[in-house]
Write a protein that binds this ligand. Sequence first.
Ligand code: UDP
Ligand code: MG
Length: 153
Amino acid sequence: MKERTLLLLKADALQRGLIGRILSRFEDKGFAIVAMKMLRMSKDLAKEHYAHLVTKPFYPDLEKFMTEYPIIAVVIEGKEAVEVTRLIVGPTNGSKAPGGSIRGDLSNSTSRNTIHASDSKETAEKEIKRFFKHDELFEYKMHNEHFLKASDE
Ligand code: UDP
Ligand code: MG
């Protein structure tokens, strides 16, 4: 039941200062961040990641958007992470995405929709490997009570 999935916080989220608020939604839901890095995608990486879209008329704009500026790649872990994350993210078109979802609340666009999330367990496995080496993924959740307290008392 415990799964991992890949998120990409897209350039619009960074430019608009939305990273903290977006990540909070996953932390609030109980997911653990087990990997995170800032990077710029190469054109080759974009073509691999969006292989299902390379023939679409909007692909050149998508590639430019995803490669011109830094993004943040994140792996989160938790119960039914793939499916629950897609619900938290909402449908592709922010204009039609329901309120309460990230895209519904933060985007009014089909292209600048703040975040990517893997769409199936199989995709998640491939996408995590695409962005992270094995030793960049961490098992760090501390069950010792000392670490779970916010204060020293
Ligand atoms: N996209 C776009 N125009 C479209 C459809 C998709 O620019 O008409 C972009 C958008 O950034 C989207 C990404 O391509 O998030 C990947 O599309 P996909 O259909 O996989 O949607 P997602 O899984 O992100 O909801
Ligand atoms: Mg997709």
